[in-house]
Design a protein around this ligand. Structure first.
Ligand SMILES: [Zn+2]
Length: 404
């Protein structure tokens, strides 16, 4: 029955879903194909140290099943470092290790529960087989080094989108977050470089979606201009509601719409609900008091430190409210209002700092659908937001690749 409902949803015949017409959130959630475009994985993912089935991480197979999260892009992320030959080689090795981990999960560990999608239509086929679906996105084009050859290898391994840049400029494009520590000037290429233009061309030829998240505004506008196919923002918010460099302003969102692309609004607390400087001062003081540095992932702390850290964060949250599912849907509403229902989707950034009150891991996914229903979105609109728009873009990217 469940898979039949899915099949109807996939073919757009939502009338066949009992309860969808009357706006029953549970029925709509069950009948909707849900796809999260950004789930980060740890270096030890799919090793004995971290079982993708039930490890204490925000997205595991049990939580996906429990929360009705059908599909996710798992991310081959490598952080920016100084651009030296040694570091390029290391970035490539780190990327390959993450590809291997995702393949181990879908091919040797749990092939009966989750499969890897190489084409947009594979997602629906896997769901019809009562499996979960995984796809692969690369975060930071740095991992291709200084030539185009590795793009082909990564495509073969399943990469179907690539975020051009991360925190810190690379050879492809300027970042929204230059890193002085790496010697970054505020602007290096003024958007996408000449090499970056060649990278985008090759991505179009192969059928890899171009991802503008993390890029500077000029990078985003250049990428939209240069790409022969629609582009995505795999995990970003809306600048008008949160003045953060990782959020897209109206001009960029409108350009994305005109290009046929999609913005996947991200459940990232500090982008959805931007805090005043005092908040960050207090948070840094908390980190210093516990001897912690940089990005803190609570699940990776030892027990006493974790307890103390979380208690400190709870105090901060009492003063400055964290983002919740309602904040996420505020950003979705704004984007839908500005660029239309066909250009907006959802991502979590789980494993990479994502997670908000009400959607703190994959098991909570139905809460997002319930909030969309309460805002008046019908089953058809929710299907578009949860997966339809992204899959349409993916199919268009495949079609452009075939034509080129
Ligand atoms: Zn990111």
């Amino acid at each position: 029955m469940r898979s039949m409902l899915r099949l109807w949803a996939l073919t757009g015949v939502l009338a066949a879903c009992t309860g969808c017409g009357s706006g029953d959130p549970e029925a709509i959630h069950r009948s909707t194909l849900t796809l999260d475009t950004h789930v980060d994985i740890d270096p030890e993912y799919a090793t004995p140290a971290q079982d993708p089935l039930n490890a204490d991480i925000q997205v595991n197979l049990e939580k996906m099943t429990a929360g009705g999260l059908d599909a996710a892009f798992f991310i081959v992320y490598v952080g920016q470092t100084e651009r030296t030959p040694v570091n390029y080689a290391r970035a490539q090795a780190d990327a390959l290790a993450k590809f291997d981990a995702i393949h181990r999960k879908t091919e040797s560990l749990y092939p009966d529960r989750i499969g890897l999608a190489y084409r947009a239509d594979d997602i629906g086929h896997l769901i019809e087989e009562s499996k979960l679906a995984a796809a692969i996105g690369i975060e930071n084009g740095y991992v291709i080094g200084t030539g185009l050859g590795l793009l082909d290898s990564y495509y073969e391994l399943g990469a179907r989108y690539m975020t051009l840049v991360h925190n810190g400029h690379n050879d492809i494009a300027d970042s929204a977050s230059p890193r002085e520590g790496l010697g970054d000037a505020p602007v290096e290429h003024d958007g996408v470089s000449e090499f970056g233009a060649a990278v985008i061309r090759r991505m179009n030829e192969l059928g890899i979606m171009v991802d503008i998240s993390h890029g500077s505004k000029q990078t985003a506008l250049d990428a939209i201009e240069l790409s022969a196919a629609p582009v995505i923002a795999s995990h970003s918010g809306v600048r008008a509601l949160g003045d953060h460099v990782r959020n897209l302003d109206d001009e960029t969102l409108l350009a994305l719409r005109d290009n046929g692309g999609v913005v996947q609004i991200v459940a990232f607390d500090l982008y959805l609900n931007v805090r005043p400087p005092e908040y960050f001062e207090a948070r840094n003081a908390l980190r210093d008091s516990l001897g912690l540095e940089g990005f803190v992932e609570p699940t990776r702390l030892d027990e006493p430190t974790r307890t103390e850290y979380l208690a400190g964060i709870a105090e901060l949250d009492a003063r400055w409210a964290p983002a919740d599912v309602s904040s996420l849907v505020d950003h979705i509403d704004y984007a839908v209002e500005l660029i239309g229902i066909d250009h907006v989707g959802i991502s979590s950034d789980f494993g990479g700092g994502g997670g908000i009150v009400g959607w703190s891991d994959a098991a909570d996914t139905a809460n997002v659908t319930a909030e969309l229903v309460s805002r008046g979105y019908d089953a058809e609109a929710i299907e578009k937001i949860w997966s339809g728009n992204l899959l349409r873009v993916w199919r268009e990217v495949e079609a452009v690749a075939e034509r080129l």
